[in-house]
Design a protein around this ligand. Structure first.
Ligand code: SF4
Length: 570
């Protein structure tokens, strides 16, 4: 989809080893990949996709990705996608964060920012339109994610900069460290903050003053305005609900660039003295370890935000370590202090020693599966059972360690017994709706995946009038399918096969002894049948799970099929 409209037109490349900066035309990629995660995955496939490449080594590429809609008035066009090879899984790592960083990158003139190499000393990048500098981060290395932007604004004498940074957890290369942006939201899955830390890159700042060109501005405006109205009708803030009237201390909603939905709640409260925290950390962290005290929860959430690591991974690890403690597999001599559910002080201490890689924290900083291997003593058996056995989050987050398909298939609708018919199709369609938003610079929460009205027809219409070239919903779907197959090819090239698309053994035996899902288990043969159905829908080999040549060639990915064949990936 080559077009001069909607795109900034350039990809900004940075080699931190050489200290080199250069640009190439985005159009080199837009023939087969529209943008956003699509081009981001393709870049990582080309630069980091070989099993020999260490995710924490200089050859791994870290790509910040915008899409054709990013920075326009289309609602939800503010998210920044990030892709790299994950130091947590060794597979493709993709995540995104909210805010205005991505639009600003486009206004500065760049559709993607790709970072390779490793600086000798800590640095940060300052992008001011065409002027791109790599600067010493000696004075900000060690600062948390609240202090860092203040220091950057002061040093650059620019209050308008948008930024993305890592905290001390990223600096210490904690394998589930995050990249945080100005809304305190983070690209939190798959350890992308550790990739940034391994490159000794503390932050990226952007200031852009350019604009974007739209092919048919009046029609574009009309589609965007119509979409905005449709989203407002769907906005929970417009409905009468208990949430709307609930008044917690300092509670407010935040939103990304150009979005009416304001989907996140944050708290600013004197009880935690400083900064804001997100409510969602409660489900992902405090709920799993029985922290019911809201003040302590906020302390924990603030710690997660300031150090910059993933609340879900931290919650899984903390719950797992607590269980090991209860089972007598580890004790105070291992951890350095006792752990007990609800002991908030102990959990705060644990969170801090992980972020600093101190003592036992150094083992846990390697992530759940590596820590289980390191501890041994049968600890792997407990990597799924947690306190909150009735939490959806537990199953979804824990399954991330088992690969992309497992993460999806562990979605609550598929992993737990209910009517099987149609589940595989439902999962594929949900993935496609999310993926479509991610390749065009939209927000997945606005799509039919979340019951909101940004369908493929709406996306096709707005892209057509914006790009000045007709693109149908079917064509848009082909772009999405191409990226989905490339993701799978990447992971298969790294060794992922059908046998890895599974769940921890406890799903099939004793997932939850009590609680909402108490006594429920999955039937293994039924699970395999559902995998077959999903593989057929995706065009993957039923025996190996690798995309077939026919599937890849039908999506203009012959080069990918050739690469897999050359490496005996079949
Ligand atoms: S729905 Fe939420 S995440 Fe999506 S663009 Fe709006 S505020 Fe951002």
């Amino acid at each position: 989809m080559k077009s001069d409209y909607l795109y900034a037109g350039k990809i900004l490349w940075v080699d931190l080893t050489q200290g080199k900066v250069w640009t190439t035309p985005t159009a080199a990629y837009t023939g087969r990949f529209l943008g956003g995660k699509g081009i981001g995955v393709r870049i990582v496939w080309e630069k980091s996709g070989l099993p020999s490449i260490d995710p924490l080594g200089p050859d791994n590429a870290l790509s910040f990705n915008t899409g054709p809609l990013t920075g326009t008035m289309m609602p939800g066009s503010g998210r920044c996608n990030v892709s790299s090879k994950s130091p947590l899984t060794g597979l493709l790592g993709v995540s995104s964060f909210r805010g205005s960083f991505a639009p600003e990158l486009k206004y500065a003139g760049y559709d993607h920012l790709v970072i390779t190499g490793q600086a000798k000393e800590p640095v940060y990048m300052a992008i001011d339109n065409e002027k791109v500098t790599i600067r010493s981060a000696a004075d900000i290395w060690g600062l948390d994610t609240y202090e860092t932007p203040k220091a950057l604004r002061k040093e650059l004498k620019d209050e308008e900069i948008k930024w993305a940074c890592i905290g001390p957890a990223g600096e210490k290369v904690i394998r589930f460290a995050t990249i945080i942006g100005e809304l305190r939201d983070s690209a939190r899955q798959t350890g992308l903050g550790a990739v940034m830390g391994s490159k000794k890159l503390k932050a990226v700042t952007v200031h852009g003053t350019g604009g974007l060109h739209v092919a048919r501005p009046e029609r574009f405006y009309e589609v965007c305005a119509r979409t905005l109205e449709a989203l407002k009708v769907s906005n929970p803030d417009k409905t009468i609900s208990i949430q709307r009237y609930r008044q917690d201390e300092g509670r407010q909603k935040t939103t990304c660039f150009s979005c009416p939905t304001r989907c996140e709640e944050e708290y600013e409260t004197s009880a935690i003295r400083d900064g804001v925290v997100y409510y969602k950390w409660y489900a992902e962290m405090a709920n799993k370890i029985g922290v019911r005290d809201m003040t302590i929860w906020r302390e924990l959430a603030l710690c997660i935000n300031k150090y910059g690591y993933d609340a879900g991974s931290l919650g899984d690890i903390t719950a797992w370590v607590t269980e090991l403690f209860e089972q007598g597999i580890i004790d105070e001599k291992d951890v350095g202090f006792p752990l007990a559910r609800g002991n908030s002080e102990a959990y705060l201490r644990l969170a801090k020693i992980i972020a600093r890689r101190e003592g036992f924290g150094d083992i846990l900083a390697e992530g759940l599966m590596r820590a289980a291997r390191s501890i041994g003593r049968g600890s792997e058996k407990y990597t799924i059972l947690t306190y909150a056995g009735d939490s959806e989050e537990v199953t979804q987050r824990s399954a991330q360690f088992y690969g992309h398909f497992a993460e999806v298939i562990a979605g609550i609708q598929l992993a737990f017994p209910m009517e099987d018919a149609g589940k595989a199709k439902m999962i594929a369609e949900a993935e496609d709706a999310i993926g479509r938003a991610e390749i065009i610079g939209g927000c997945k929460w606005h799509t039919e995946f979340n019951g909101l009205p940004l369908t493929s027809d709406v996306h096709a219409e707005v892209l057509s009038v914006g790009l000045g070239k007709e693109i149908t919903a079917n064509e848009l779907s082909v772009y999405q399918q191409r990226v989905r197959q490339l993701e799978r090819a990447f992971n298969c090239r790294e060794g992922l096969r059908r046998e890895h698309d599974t769940l921890p053994a406890q799903y099939f035996t004793d997932l939850a002894p009590d609680g909402h899902f108490g006594g429920i288990t999955m039937d293994r043969s039924n699970f395999e049948v559902m995998k077959d159905r999903y593989y057929k829908l995706r065009g993957w080999d039923l025996t190996t799970g690798v995309p077939t040549r026919a599937t890849l060639e039908s999506l203009d990915l012959k080069d990918v099929a050739d690469d897999l064949e050359k490496r005996n990936v079949n």
